[in-house]
Design a protein around this ligand. Structure first.
Ligand code: CDV
Length: 324
């Protein structure tokens, strides 16, 4: 049986701070309709696709901060996306800010879901590698307060059987960590989907600004190749509230080659046919994990949690991080 699927990366241009969800949702449905004309069955939207990238601001007013989070999925505002997916027979990946109450405690995560072609949520991921800082830092031209606003994702890197393949997810900064792709690869992922919001300016090392597109593709192509899986990476791009974000949304083959890519920095799709069976070209040869890996020599990969916890405790001392 053929395991081929036409897929799309669905890049979004900037979303304004005051732009209502209905507008972002309408823009995404328009991309789904374009994709449908090209036979697409699975479409990948960006990280935090329903709102502007709000961690770039220190938002002191808790009521305002709360407006950027989804307390239910789907909600009346996001239901049209699910309806469109069902109508068009198209699954989708969607990134958003999630607020949940578990055992009486509120938690907030940078989250993504897979919705299948029947409109069912079949997988959820909560971002593990949260970049940025806890406290506002005046020297920066814009903030990156993901560590303040979100908790470390507690669902791990799971692989979901859906859309005829084994699907994994991650979000933005996760793609820079080979461990993300390797854990998904070890669990059999044939396709890894991810959304990103990546500024062109890297305040800590501005001499790397001209390398942002290169590092984006380098990480995703290496992740695809070394794990013999397909990768779809989707940007929120363009000048969002004065902050320039890279584009370069793409579909990458298990060989590491980019086979489709967006051209601009606005709302745009790029599409390709993928064949899940092509993962075997790598996974049964150079990256036959069972045969060639040497896990006995990889010990340090899983060490360091105590040092990390100590460093974070120092950084967050006197921080309101724990209070929100
Ligand atoms: N949203 C992100 O995770 N952005 C980071 C930036 C801050 C470096 C990224 O890895 O692209």
């Amino acid at each position: 049986m053929s395991r081929k699927l036409i897929v799309a990366t669905a890049q979004l241009g900037p979303i304004g701070r005051d732009e209502p969800r209905a507008s972002a949702v309408a823009r995404m449905i328009s991309l789904m309709e374009q994709a449908y004309e090209r036979g697409v069955k699975l479409i990948v939207f960006p990280e935090l696709a329903l709102t502007t990238f709000f961690p770039r601001w220190m938002i002191e007013n808790p009521n305002e901060l709360a407006t950027f989070f989804e307390t239910e999925m789907p909600s009346s505002e996001t239901q049209p996306l699910f309806d469109a997916g069902k109508r068009l027979g198209m699954g989708f990946y969607l990134g958003y800010a999630e607020e949940v109450v578990e055992n009486g405690t509120r938690h907030r995560y940078n989250c993504s879901i897979i919705v299948d072609e029947k409109g069912e949520i079949v997988g959820k991921y909560r971002k593990i590698h949260l970049p940025g800082h806890f406290q506002p830092e005046d020297w920066r031209p814009f903030q990156h307060l993901e560590k303040r606003y979100f908790e470390h994702g507690n669902l791990g890197f799971q692989v979901h059987d859906a859309m005829g393949g084994k699907l994994g997810m991650c979000l933005c900064n996760d793609r820079r960590w080979p461990e993300t792709f390797r854990v998904l690869g070890l669990r059999g992922a044939e396709l890894v989907m991810l959304g990103y919001n990546t500024p062109m300016h890297y305040p800590q090392a501005p001499e790397h600004d001209h390398l942002q597109d290169f590092h984006n593709h380098l990480s995703m192509q290496a992740g695809a190749y070394a794990n013999g899986c397909w990768v779809i990476g989707t940007a929120k791009a363009g000048c969002e509230e004065g902050c320039d974000l890279i584009g370069g949304s793409c579909i990458i083959a298990p060989t590491g080659e980019i086979i489709a890519m967006t051209q601009g920095l606005g709302d745009e799709i790029a599409t390709a046919e993928i064949d899940f069976d092509r993962c075997k070209e790598l996974r049964e040869n150079v990256f036959n994990f069972a045969l060639h890996r040497e896990p006995g020599d990889y010990g340090p990969i899983c060490e360091g949690a105590e040092t990390r916890d100590r460093m974070r405790a120092d950084i967050t001392e006197n921080s309101v991080f724990r209070a929100h």
